[in-house]
Design a protein around this ligand. Sequence first.
Ligand code: ADP
Ligand code: ADP
Length: 230
Amino acid sequence: TEFAIRLVGLNKYYGQYHALRNVDLAISRGQRIVLCGPSGSGKSTLTRCMNLLERPESGKVEIEGVNILERSAAAAAALRRVGMVFQQFNLFPHKTILQNCVLAPLLVARQPTAIAEERALHFLDKVRIADQAHKYPSQLSGGQQQRAAIARALTMDPEILLFDEPTSALDPEMIKEVLDVMVALADEGRTMVCVTHEMGFARQVADRVLFMDEGSIVEDRDPQSFFEAP
Ligand code: ADP
Ligand code: ADP
């Protein structure tokens, strides 16, 4: 398959509320998607369906051709190819930055400690906070915490990276340092899906802009045409 992610007939309900309405979407490998739309339109839900943080009631979620809604070893392996960065960082507060970054490599990938730590430090260096590795999240600025969360996602070497409003919780002066890291990542060939209101990022990096409204994708454009005023 040439698709990193393919959603077919996806429906998600919260009780009676129909949050995703029969969504179809195919994302090619290496594509960089920006997902925008009004608050409550389903962007977060759609993104979270791509790694099963939400489970849709019907439809298919294929990662590299494997439907991850089916319970199988192949589905579990496909799911591990997806990394995610959240608005609220979601770092464990009682673990250091380095400990946060080696958790999945140790527990999920069962890497030896020395190798996991070396790799984690490599990625922390890449997001320019290797010098903060032994601090706790609360000792870092918001921008540093978010860069740590990006490094943590990278330690599992995901082919697909999901970002759910990664800069929304940051003070203005910290947004740029996180966006700079994301722009650098965009050159590495991973598939990226980013829920963001940062249109600068969309302009610079996205090769496809999706617009959601009321649980549906209502626009699917290349950024050039999206940013041209009609
Ligand atoms: P967006 O990311 O575009 O702001 P969300 O995917 O967060 O939208 O939410 C879509 C809709 O689903 C909203 O109306 C929201 O209130 C509702 N919703 C989201 N999560 C839940 C939940 N866990 N329980 C009930 N309703 C939810
Ligand atoms: P977003 O930043 O994606 O818009 P929200 O601030 O709407 O997210 O929601 C934050 C959290 O609250 C999410 O985990 C979401 O699932 C949950 N949530 C959102 N709307 C509702 C709702 N109506 N009922 C219960 N949980 C909700």
